[in-house]
Design a protein around this ligand. Structure first.
Ligand code: FAD
Ligand code: SF4
Length: 577
C-alpha cells in the first residue's frame, strides 16, 4: 500500500510536522540515504521496539525502525467503531494447531507503528518478585537471569513515561504507589469491587492503567468513551506511537512504515550485516546496519529468525540451542459475563480500570503452582455478541434478545499464568505469504498445571460475579497476550538471548520484545516489555561502538539513563487525589 501519511510529516503549510491532531513534531523526519550504513536497524516499532528506538535516537545513534504496518494518523485512521478498527491487527495468515490452539488476529498483535500498544487496554501491573524465580521456589518453569530488583527502577521509570494512573498504595508483589491518581469507576469496575468486597478479596480501583486522568504535555485526559481497544483517538491512552515515537523522530530516528523485513543477513565473520525488506511498493531492498534488533512480537520474531537460516546457521539465526520458537506462552484469559437487573453500561469507561491480584501467588492448598488475576473487561457490542455466541450459544432471536440486553451485562477477565513448555512453539509452515515469505505455524497445548489453574481461576471469577449480584453468569474460554519463543537466560544451551537481549550466537544481533520473557506471571506483559527495552537501551548505549566490533559480551549492569526519557516525563499532571 502506498500511503500518503500524515505520519510522514508533509503538512500543507510546512509548519510543525503533525502526527495526527494530537502530537506535534517540530522537525522533519531524518531520511537516511539509500546504501548508507546505519548503527541500528530495529525490526518492529511496538512496545519494545518503540521504547528502544527513542532511547537510541536520543543517545545519538543512527537508527531506523521498520514496521510492516502503517504509520497511523490518529485522526484520519482511527474510528470509534469496532469493525472499522480491524486493520489495527496483524491479520495476515498464520497457522495454528495443537490440542488447545491459539486464536490469531484481533486478540494478539498489532501491525503498524506502536504495535500492540495501539490497541492494548493498557493495564500496566508489574510482575511480582516471585515471577523471576518460579523454578527455585515452585519447581516449575524456569528462573529469569535477572531479579525483580534489576527491573524495578525501569518499572518506575516507565510508569512515569507512559504515565500510569493507579492507587497510591498497590499492595501486591512489591507494594508501591502510582505517579498519577486512580480513575473513577465505570459500571464493570463497580461490579468487580462489589463482588470482591463481599467475598473479602482485596481489589484495586482505578488502575494501574496507562491512561491519563489529567492532561500532560499535548495529551488530554481520558473522556471515558470506552474505545481504548480500537486505538484511543483522544490520545489519553499511552501507546509508543504517541509516547516515544515522536521523541525518537525529533532526535533523528527514521521510521519506515509499510516495510516488511524478510531476512537478516550474516557475514562470514558470523556478524549481522543488515536486513532485506519489502518496501511499501513491494520492492525488495537491503539496509546495511552495524547491529540489528528484532522486536516483532512472539510470533513474527521467531519467524524472522527461522526464515533467516543460512550456511553456518542452518536451523535459523541464534538457534544453536534449538530454543527459537519454543516456550511460547499465552495467558489464560477466560471472560466471565454476568447479567445484572440494574444498568451496567460497560462501554462507558476504559475496559481496564479495576483488578485483583489476591490469587497471584502459589497457594499449595489449591493443588497447582502459580496463580491468576481478575480484571475488568468491557467488550463493545461486536465482541460481546461473539462472546455470547460461544458462552451461551446465542443465535438468531436468542442473539437479538441478548444484544438488546447488552447494557445490563458486566464482564470480568481472568488472567492466568500458563507455564512455558518446549512443545508450545512457533515453526515455519510450508505456506507462504503474498511476498513469498514462509508463514508462522504455532502449536499450543495446555498441560496439567495449566488446566487445574484455569479451572480454579474460572470458577473463582464466576464466584466473584455472582457475589456482585449477577442473576446469570456465563463464561468463554480464551487466551490473552502471547510472549516467549526466544527466551533469555544465562545458559546458551537453553536460551536464545542473555539478560540484555543479546543473542548468545551473534554478538551484534539483539531481541527486544515480549519473546524474550522466560515466564509470564499473571500480569499483563506490556509494562515489563517496555522496562526490559529501556534496560537493553542502557546496555547498548553504555557499550557504544563495542557492540559493532567486539565478539565478547560484557555482562556488567549499565548505569541507568534517566536523562533519556521523553520530555514530558518529568512534567506535571493532575495532582494525586
Ligand atoms: C486486545 C488486546 C488488549 C491488550 N491489552 C493489554 C493490556 O491491557 N496490558 C498489557 O500489558 N498488554 C496488553 N496487550 C498485549 C500487548 O499489546 C503486547 O504484549 C505488546 O504490545 C507486545 O509488545 P512487543 O514489543 O512484543 O510487540 P508489538 O507491540 O506487537 O510490536 C511488534 C511490531 O513489529 C512489527 N513487525 C513484526 N514483524 C515485522 C517484520 N518482519 N517487519 C517489520 N515489522 C514487523 C509489527 O507490525 C508490530 O508493529 C493487549 C493485546 C491485545 C491484543
Ligand atoms: S476511554 Fe479514555 S483512554 Fe479509552 S479510548 Fe476513551 S479517552 Fe481514550
Amino acid at each position: 500500500m502506498k500511503s500518503p501519511l500524515l505520519g510522514e510529516f508533509h503538512p500543507p503549510n510546512g509548519k510543525p510536522h503533525m502526527l495526527g491532531s494530537i502530537q506535534r513534531i517540530e522537525t522533519p523526519m531524518h531520511r537516511f540515504s539509500e546504501g548508507e550504513e546505519v548503527d541500528y536497524v530495529i525490526v518492529g516499532v511496538g512496545a519494545g521496539g518503540g521504547v528502544l528506538l527513542q532511547r537510541l535516537a536520543r543517545a545519538g545513534f543512527h537508527v531506523i525502525g521498520f514496521d510492516a504496518g502503517p504509520f497511523w494518523d490518529t485522526e484520519r485512521d482511527w474510528v470509534s467503531d469496532e469493525k472499522g478498527a480491524h486493520n489495527l491487527y496483524w491479520n495476515d495468515l498464520r497457522i495454528t494447531g495443537g490440542k488447545h490452539p491459539l486464536a490469531f488476529g484481533a486478540n494478539n498483535c498489532g501491525k503498524g507503528v506502536g504495535g500492540g500498544t495501539v490497541h492494548w487496554a493498557s493495564f500496566t501491573p508489574r510482575l511480582h518478585p516471585s515471577d523471576f524465580r518460579i523454578h527455585s521456589t515452585d519447581g516449575v518453569g524456569v528462573d529469569w537471569p535477572i531479579s525483580y530488583s534489576d527491573l524495578k527502577p525501569y518499572y518506575e521509570l516507565m510508569e512515569l513515561e507512559l504515565p500510569v494512573s493507579g492507587p497510591s498504595y498497590y499492595p501486591w508483589g512489591d507494594p508501591h504507589g502510582y505517579p498519577y491518581g486512580p480513575h473513577p469507576m465505570g459500571g464493570v469496575g463497580d461490579a468487580l469491587i462489589r463482588g470482591c468486597t463481599k467475598l473479602g478479596i482485596g481489589v484495586s480501583a482505578g488502575g494501574p492503567v496507562a491512561i491519563l486522568n489529567g492532561s500532560r504535555g499535548d495529551r488530554p485526559h481520558c473522556i471515558y468513551r470506552g474505545f481504548c481497544i480500537q486505538g484511543c483517538k483522544v490520545g489519553a491512552k499511552a501507546s509508543t506511537l504517541i509516547t516515544h515515537v515522536p521523541d525518537a523522530i525529533e532526535n533523528g530516528a527514521e521510521i519506515r512504515p509499510n516495510c516488511m523485513v524478510s531476512r537478516i543477513h550474516v557475514g562470514g565473520d558470523r556478524r549481522v550485516l543488515g536486513i532485506s525488506y519489502f518496501d511499501s511498493e513491494g520492492r525488495e531492498r537491503f539496509q546495511k546496519a552495524k547491529a540489528v534488533v528484532v522486536a516483532g512480537y512472539s510470533i513474527e520474531t521467531p519467524r524472522l529468525l527461522l526464515n533467516s537460516a543460512c550456511p553456518g546457521f542452518e536451523r535459523g539465526l541464534a538457534n544453536s540451542s534449538d530454543c527459537v520458537g519454543r516456550y511460547l506462552m499465552a495467558q489464560a484469559g477466560n471472560v466471565v459475563l454476568g447479567r445484572f437487573e440494574e444498568l451496567v453500561r460497560m462501554y462507558k469507561a476504559p475496559p481496564a480500570h479495576a483488578l485483583t491480584e489476591e490469587f497471584y501467588e502459589t497457594d499449595p492448598k489449591r493443588g497447582f503452582a502459580r496463580g491468576f488475576a481478575i480484571q475488568t473487561v468491557g467488550p463493545l457490542p461486536m465482541a460481546f455478541a461473539r462472546q455470547m455466541m460461544t458462552a451461551k450459544g446465542a443465535w438468531g432471536w436468542g442473539m437479538r434478545s441478548v444484544m438488546m440486553d447488552y447494557n445490563h451485562w458486566a464482564s470480568f477477565g481472568f488472567l492466568g499464568e500458563i507455564l512455558p513448555h518446549a512443545e508450545n512453539r512457533v515453526q515455519l509452515a510450508e505456506e507462504k505469504d503474498r511476498l513469498g515469505i514462509p508463514i508462522a505455524k504455532a502449536t499450543f497445548n495446555l498441560y496439567d498445571n495449566d488446566q487445574k489453574l484455569i479451572e480454579y481461576g474460572k470458577n473463582k471469577t464466576m464466584e466473584v460475579m455472582w457475589a456482585a449480584g449477577a442473576t446469570e453468569v456465563v463464561q468463554e474460554a480464551r487466551y490473552a497476550h502471547l510472549v516467549g519463543a526466544a527466551r533469555m537466560g544465562n545458559d546458551p544451551e537453553t536460551s536464545v538471548v542473555d539478560q540484555f537481549g543479546r543473542t548468545h550466537d551473534i554478538a551484534n544481533l539483539f531481541i527486544c520484545d515480549g519473546s524474550i520473557m522466560p515466564t509470564q506471571g499473571s500480569a499483563n506483559p506490556g509494562l515489563t516489555i517496555m522496562a526490559l527495552a529501556a534496560r537493553t537501551a542502557d546496555y547498548l548505549i553504555r557499550e557504544g561502538n563495542e557492540v559493532f566490533t567486539s565478539h565478547k559480551p560484557n555482562d556488567q549492569k549499565p548505569p541507568m539513563r534517566r536523562d533519556l526519557s521523553p520530555p514530558d516525563t518529568w512534567g506535571h499532571g493532575m495532582p494525586r487525589i
